[in-house]
Design a protein around this ligand. Structure first.
Ligand code: NDP
Length: 302
């Protein structure tokens, strides 16, 4: 059996099409574009690539974007005051502070300083809590992307056993918070695993839907997957590849070649969850602007 490939690129394309109308309505109603500000501290090459991709997508969709780049030695106070001034900036509907931050900055305090109404990354404790109790919240982009992929791909988690490997605040835990909710396309029985989980292969083999967010190349092997399971690979890992121009290639946390032989559906890396993360950031930015100015916005999952 060879698995169906769940294309994040394709589903992300549907999200962009979905955003065209609200972006147009916002332009007519408030005579400006939705606005996203990205704060980048330092010159981490991976962060620079992510920020560039986000800015390019904003331009493509007609979302105003502002990039604030601070020196790697910028003080904690400097980053805080940048965030506070963006909170007051009326042209900005969404604020994203690119992580990781340099060690002199306390990440949690900086995230706490973002106005929850502009927290399009969904990391502010207010949004984290609201998501957990099932109130309207900004949903973090990668977990949101995973959920939309399952719902739009025709793999509803309702009534299924979902096993998530990885309990980070930005990926594993919010996926748990979404899928355990009493609502359409959720209602799953969710098991959250981590490095202290005993007998991990036994647990992963019990999953109807297996979500890997570990950060270890090819960690999930075929013997850890139930035949016919749906496998979502969040991982992005660089592995050496002398055949590639830059000396490396990107692989997921799932051993794709072998797992795709027994899963019923699988996300590729690249081209899976990655494109969805950017799409959901654009979605949250347009949603934020629509909410602030009471412009009608049809949710992508109804
Ligand atoms: P973290 O390092 O924050 O978390 C990794 C999790 O994996 C931890 O909970 C850890 O357990 C668990 N883990 C590590 N080793 C094992 C093991 N041997 N057995 C079981 N569990 C293990 O990573 P992130 O959540 O930030 O990211 C995970 C992956 O997703 C990375 O590859 C990252 O690059 C990728 N990513 C992709 C995005 C996208 O857009 N596609 C966006 C964000 C992340 P413990 O808590 O016990 O240490």
């Amino acid at each position: 059996m060879s698995a169906v490939i769940i294309s994040g690129k394709e589903i992300a394309g549907d999200i962009y099409a979905h955003l065209a109308d609200p972006i147009k309505s916002i332009g007519e109603r408030i005579e400006r574009q939705p606005g996203l500000a990205v704060v980048l501290v330092g010159d981490n090459p991976a962060s620079q690539v992510y920020v560039r991709m986000k800015t390019r997508m904003c331009q493509k969709l007609g979302i105003y974007s502002e990039q604030i780049t601070l020196d790697a030695k910028a003080s904690h106070e400097e980053v805080l005051s940048t965030v506070r001034s963006l909170n007051e900036n009326h042209a900005i509907d969404g604020i994203l502070v690119q992580l990781p931050l340099p060690p002199q900055c306390t990440e949690s305090e900086i995230i706490d300083a973002i106005s929850p109404d502009k927290d399009v990354d969904g990391f502010h404790p207010m949004n984290v809590g609201r998501l957990l109790i099932g109130s309207p919240a900004f949903i973090p982009c990668t977990p949101f992307g995973v959920w939309v992929m399952l719902a739009k791909g025709g793999f509803s988690p309702e009534g299924k056993h979902v096993v998530i490997v990885g309990r980070s605040n930005i990926v594993g835990k919010p996926i748990f918070s979404i899928l355990c909710q009493k609502m359409k396309y959720a209602n799953a029985t969710v098991t959250l695993c981590h490095s202290r989980t005993p007998n991990l292969p036994e647990v992963t083999r019990s999953a109807d839907i297996l979500i890997a967010a570990i950060g270890r190349a090819n960690f999930i092997t075929a013997d850890m997957v139930k035949p016919g399971a749906v496998v979502i690979d969040v991982g992005i890992n660089r592995v050496d590849d002398t055949d590639s121009e830059n000396g490396y290639r990107l692989v997921g946390d799932v051993s794709y070649d072998e797992v795709s032989q027994i899963a019923s559906a699988i996300t590729p890396v690249p081209g899976g969850v990655g494109p969805m993360t950017i799409a959901m950031l654009m979605y949250n930015t347009v949603l934020s602007c629509s909410r602030r100015y009471s412009v009608p916005f049809v949710p992508i999952i109804k």
